[in-house]
Design a protein around this ligand. Structure first.
Ligand code: ASP
Length: 481
């Protein structure tokens, strides 16, 4: 796979250029009041076929068997079951530590830069204020009562009416499908999320977990661990065929990954071109500061991860970057840690010299549970929305120490609960928003830039997992046989 990273990088650049060109023709037609030219539509169809449909489809095709095979192969290749415990707790400690740092960095960035107080957001706020004035009048006219009480505070009845009205307006708007996902996730406490998104998936029929789309990674990991531990306890004599089957399957999956990667440069170019052609650069206008805050926080967190790799993992920044750059680029474009997983395992074991005994266990777990970029983003996004809309009729919360701490904790939880697929962080953000009583119909404000920010957070998620494997590998060296 020599020089593949250069080709992938070239694919990204060409993709952006093609995307801008298509977007430019599309916008020209819209401005002239004409339909989008046929050749632009056809190009978009081809880009969709080669990028998301074929390449991402192929990666997604193998993640379910790959996760199962790699966990069983990882566990059964360890010298003892005790070794699994030692790798396990070190991995978890690393995840908790780095995710906490990520959220803290995000909060510092958003509180210092205050993207919600900038001109672009304040314009958004002003138009919302005007809208709410109309809503009050509408409420008084239709319900025959005032929207505000004697102290000038919105009444409970008015707020309930407003919530209903805005919720149904958002469900009928242009982002109806995305909003429906948010609405479905509303009204769940942290306990419910723990029960439904963590405990329940663990105990699912493994065949259902493997067949689900996206696969139920937690369930597969848990079943794989049980299978692997049971094999290790029973011993090679009886469980030998099972162990060899999964170790063979794991090697075969890695071979298939290698084949798929050969089309990565073209496919990645197509994914980028389609994304840029659909959105264009205009989306940054009112949300530029918000995007800069997320990306700034992520940049510092990436530097932190490089520091961790150098100090705890004994891997200098250049070596780390050379080792993970393919996975990083794939994550950046596919926006899915799960789809990137085969490449992450390949990169970390072959280029960074991490023992497959550690990587096969920790990387699938990390792709599912350890999302530094997502955690950072969740905190920034909710505080940004509070800065923009705080104090309006239906956003009574301000940023107190308690609400900031609540955001801190729920952002960590939301990142653990997020599936490793595109836009997942946006859906679990509902948990954070609901915890501080921010109505979820405000979240669509950031829909437009979510895809771009997803690129930064997913690539950081994958980097965090890779550094975790490097660190644990170093701490375990000598014990792995
Ligand atoms: N797309 C991210 C991932 O797969 C999750 C997110 O939406 O933040 O890692």
């Amino acid at each position: 796979m020599k020089k593949l990273h250069n080709l992938i990088f070239l694919g990204m650049i060409v993709g952006v250029a093609v995307g801008i060109l298509l977007w430019w023709f599309k916008r020209g037609a819209i401005e002239a009041g004409q339909p989008t030219p046929g050749w632009v539509e056809t190009s978009m169809w081809w880009l969709d076929l080669l990028g998301p449909t074929v390449f991402m489809g192929a990666l997604k095709m193998i993640i379910a068997p790959l996760i199962l095979a790699s966990i069983v192969a990882g566990v059964t290749s360890l010298p003892s079951v005790q070794e699994l415990g030692s790798i396990g707790w070190k991995t978890l400690l690393y995840y908790i530590g780095t995710t906490t740092v990520a959220v803290a960095l995000g909060l510092i960035f958003v509180l210092v830069l205050q993207p919600g107080e900038r001109a672009g957001s304040q314009k958004v706020r002003e138009s919302r204020v005007a809208e709410l004035t109309e809503r009050r009048a509408e409420y008084s006219a239709s319900q025959g009562q005032a929207a505000l009480d004697a102290q000038g505070k919105p009444t409970g009845e008015y707020l309930a009416w407003l919530n209903q009205r805005e919720g149904s307006a958002a469900s009928a708007g242009s982002d109806a499908r995305k909003f429906a996902q948010l609405a479905g996730a509303e009204e769940r406490s942290a306990g419910d999320v723990f029960k439904d998104d963590i405990v329940r998936p663990l105990l699912t029929n493994p065949f259902t977990s493997l067949a689900a789309s996206p696969p139920n990674a937690l369930g597969i990991i848990f079943f794989g661990l049980l299978l692997g531990i049971a094999c290790a306890v029973i011993g090679h004599e009886t469980a030998g065929p099972v162990i060899r089957f999964f170790q063979g399957l794991n090697a075969v999956m890695m071979k298939i990954t290698g084949w798929m990667m050969s089309i990565a440069p073209v496919a990645i170019g197509c994914i980028m071109a389609k994304l840029v052609a659909e959105n264009g650069p205009e989306i940054f206008e009112s949300l530029g500061w918000y995007c800069a805050t997320v990306v700034g926080g992520i940049a510092v967190h990436v530097a932190f991860l490089f520091g961790v790799a150098a100090t705890l993992g004994g891997t200098d920044p250049i070596r780390l970057w050379r080792g993970v750059r393919e996975a990083w680029m794939i994550a950046f474009t596919t926006r899915s840690s799960a789809a990137t997983l085969p490449v992450t395992i390949e990169n970390v074991t072959r280029k960074l010299g991490v023992s497959p005994k550690v990587a096969n266990f920790s990387l699938p777990l990390g792709a599912t549970m350890n999302m530094d970029g997502t955690a950072l983003y969740e905190g920034v996004a909710v505080i940004f929305l509070i800065q923009t809309y705080g104090g309006l009729d239906d956003v009574s919360i301000g940023l107190t120490a308690i609400s900031t701490f609540t955001i801190f904790i729920t952002a960590v939880l939301a990142s653990v609960g997020a599936a490793a697929v595109p836009n997942a962080g946006l859906v679990t953000m509902v948990l954070v928003a609901s915890a501080v009583h921010l109505p979820i119909y405000y979240i669509p404000l950031i829909f437009a830039v979510d895809a771009v920010l997803d690129m930064f957070r997913t690539s950081t998620n994958v980097l965090g997992d890779s550094v975790g494997a490097v660190v644990v590998n170093r701490l375990e060296r000598g014990k792995l046989g």
